[in-house]
Write a protein that binds this ligand. Structure first.
Ligand SMILES: [Zn+2]
Length: 298
C-alpha cells in the first residue's frame, strides 16, 4: 500500500503535536523517576526543595563509544550532565559548583544554603568574578552582581569585543589585565582550548594572589594520562592528532583538544595552583568533581 503524502498544512501541526506529546511524556517519566528514587532535595542554586530530574539520554551512544565508557560510567556522566533541578534547571555540575562557592565564601561567618540568597549579600557584591563561557544555572543567579563579568568565545571575533551585548574572550589570550579578579569560573571549557597550559596560565594571570579558579571539566576515568587529541597549526587550521571527539555529540559539537586523564590534578599543580578536588576522586560512579585552584599569595 502506498503512503498518501499529507499536505504541509496538515503535516506540520501533526508533527508539532507529536513532538510536544513526546516531550511531555519524557518529562512526566523524569518527574515520576525522581519521586520513585527519592531525588527530592533542596537546590543549592535556587534554594527551593525540588525534584532532581535524571536523564540518561543526555549522553549520546556515540560519545559513550568514542570515550570507551562502561554503562556504569555513562550513567555517572549522565548524572553530572542532568539531575536538573525542576525549579531552576541547574544540572548537577552547576549545583555542585554552587555548593563549593557557598563553602568558600561564607556571609558574615555563616555558610548560606543557596547561591540565590548568597548573591544578594554584600560580600558577593564585593567579589570581582569572571565567568568564562556561560554556566547555565549559575549565570542567571550571578549576572546581576555589580562586579560579575561574563564572556563567551566567538571564533573570528576580536577578543574583548562585544557581540550582541556579550563580551568575547578566548582563554588563549584574555584581554583582562593582570590580577583583575578574585574568582574565575569555568565549566566544561578547558578541554576545548587549543593549549591547556596557556589557558591555565591566562587564568592564573588574571587572578589576584590568593584568588580562586572554581571549575568543572570532563576527566576520563579510563585514561591515566592527559594527552592532546588535536592542535592548531601555525596558520590557525585544525589538526587532529588522534581519534577526534566532539562535545556533546561525539561526532558533533566542539572539538576536544585535550583529553584530561587521572593525572589532571598534577597538571594543575605544575601550572602553579594549590589544587583541591571536591567530590573526588574520579570514580566509575562519580564523574562530577569540582576543582578549586588557588593562586598562591607568594
Ligand atoms: Zn534549583
Amino acid at each position: 500500500m502506498s503512503k498518501i503524502p499529507l499536505p504541509p498544512v496538515v503535516k506540520r501541526p501533526l508533527v508539532t503535536a507529536w513532538n510536544e506529546a513526546h516531550r511531555v511524556g519524557w518529562l512526566l517519566r523524569d518527574h515520576a523517576d525522581a519521586i520513585l528514587h527519592g531525588r527530592v532535595e533542596p537546590c543549592s542554586v535556587c534554594g527551593r526543595r525540588c525534584r532532581m530530574l535524571y536523564r540518561r539520554r543526555v549522553i549520546p551512544p556515540r560519545l559513550v563509544e568514542l570515550w570507551g565508557l562502561t554503562e556504569r560510567q555513562a550513567e555517572a556522566l549522565a548524572r553530572k550532565e542532568s539531575n536538573d533541578c525542576a525549579g531552576c534547571g541547574a544540572k548537577l555540575r552547576a549545583r555542585r559548583m554552587a555548593e563549593v562557592l557557598l563553602d568558600l565564601f561564607p556571609v558574615a561567618g555563616t555558610r548560606l544554603a543557596d547561591l540565590r540568597t548568597w548573591a544578594g549579600s554584600h560580600e558577593a557584591g564585593e567579589l570581582r568574578i569572571a565567568e568564562i563561557n556561560r554556566i547555565d544555572g549559575i549565570h542567571e543567579v550571578l549576572s546581576n552582581l555589580a562586579r560579575f563579568h561574563s564572556s563567551e568565545y566567538v571564533p573570528n571575533v576580536r577578543p574583548g569585543a562585544y557581540v550582541s551585548g556579550i563580551r568575547n574572550e578566548s582563554l588563549m589570550g584574555l584581554t583582562y589585565e593582570n590580577a583583575r579578579f578574585d574568582l574565575v569560573l569555568t565549566s566544561e571549557t578547558l578541554e576545548h582550548v587549543p593549549e591547556l597550559n596557556r589557558a591555565l596560565a591566562e587564568i592564573r594571570r588574571v587572578l589576584v594572589p590568593g584568588g580562586l579558579h572554581v571549575f568543572t571539566v570532563p576527566v576520563s576515568p579510563n585514561e591515566a594520562k592527559t594527552f592532546p587529541r588535536a592542535r592548531l597549526r601555525h596558520d590557525g587550521s585544525f589538526e587532529g592528532l588522534t581519534q577526534e571527539i566532539r562535545h556533546p555529540g561525539g561526532d558533533v559539537g566542539y572539538p576536544v583538544f585535550t583529553e584530561l586523564g587521572l593525572d589532571f590534578p598534577e597538571i594543575l599543580k605544575r601550572a602553579g595552583f594549590e589544587t583541591e578536588v571536591r567530590f573526588g576522586p574520579v570514580s566509575d560512579d562519580d564523574l562530577a568533581q569540582v576543582y578549586v585552584c588557588r593562586k598562591p599569595t607568594a
